[in-house]
Design a protein around this ligand. Structure first.
Ligand SMILES: [Zn+2]
Length: 278
């Protein structure tokens, strides 16, 4: 189906980097005895990129759920194609060859092309996916170890790209002890500008800074992650276990037949084993 795509052009949706977003949280920040009210602004704009919709391949009508063309009825999976939703009632059908031509070539390679000082990355850019990179086989060990040693000695992290699930991702790779860890990154283009309220340095005295530094120094020690853990999940598990194993419903308490939910299930957040003790 031919679609009108004349004078109006489709442009990439690039979010404005200038205006800060709306505050998503209001509260206070405590630092020792200091209490400062703060607002939290999103630091990164979510960006889903260009989304294609599904159509009846060759016919071009947008398909319905279950996969159904309003004109031709139910469709087999091989009859479903892709299209660009140009407007509410106009779609541009794309053929597999079209998409092949514009998709990034997945060479299964993490390309580290630039290097930055360790810890000098703006952590706001972390996109939330972290992967441990291990050598594929023993023979790859020495080269892997060389890369780890070199990055460690230079105190650098590598920045580059990789194709994940058909999409090019920005990544940073850093040495962690004797291994390499990869983190996916947001594009810096997605960063919001800081709110004006953050740009003030008025009222800072050397004494007040020294006072806070002292408190920070006194409280600097290996982190006790358990102290920071959210216990609501544990409470929920207790609650559920109490409900499914209520003594009034079971004649002999010791013969409670129902399965119990364990708190040590892998769905819980993991934390560094070294920090567990203390
Ligand atoms: Zn159709």
């Amino acid at each position: 189906m031919k679609k009108r795509v004349n004078q109006r052009e489709v442009t990439a949706q690039r979010p404005e980097p200038l205006r800060p977003g709306r505050a998503s949280w209001c509260g206070e920040l405590q630092l020792g005895q200091l209490l400062v009210p703060v607002k939290a602004f999103p630091a990164v704009q979510s960006c889903v990129g260009i989304q294609l919709c599904q159509v009846h391949a060759g016919c071009g009508r947008r398909i319905e759920q279950p996969k159904r063309c309003p004109q031709h009825g139910l469709l087999e999976p091989h009859e479903v194609g892709k299209a660009f939703a140009y407007s509410a009632d106009e779609i541009v059908e794309l053929h597999p060859s079209d998409l092949q031509g514009i998709s990034p070539v997945d060479d299964k390679k993490i390309v580290l092309s630039q290097f930055i000082g360790a810890m000098s990355l703006d952590l706001t850019l972390l996109a939330g996916r972290s992967l441990q990179l291990a050598p594929s086989h023993a023979a790859a060990g020495p080269i892997y170890a060389t890369i780890v040693a070199a990055l460690t000695k230079a105190a650098k992290w590598g920045v580059g790209t990789v194709v994940f699930s058909g999409k090019r991702s920005l990544v940073v790779v850093r040495p962690e002890s004797s291994r390499l860890v990869l983190h996916t990154l947001h594009s810096p283009r997605l960063l919001y500008a800081p709110p004006d309220a953050m740009n003030t340095v008025n009222g800072v005295t050397r004494e007040s800074v020294t006072h806070v530094c002292k408190m920070i120094e006194q409280n600097s020690r290996p982190i006790k992650w358990d102290d920071l853990e959210d216990e609501s999940e544990d409470r929920l598990i207790e609650l559920v276990n109490a409900r499914i194993c209520r003594p009034t419903l079971v004649k002999e308490k010791s013969k409670c037949p129902v399965r119990r939910i364990s708190a040590s299930q892998p769905s819980r957040r993991t934390r560094p084993a070294t920090a567990k003790a203390a």
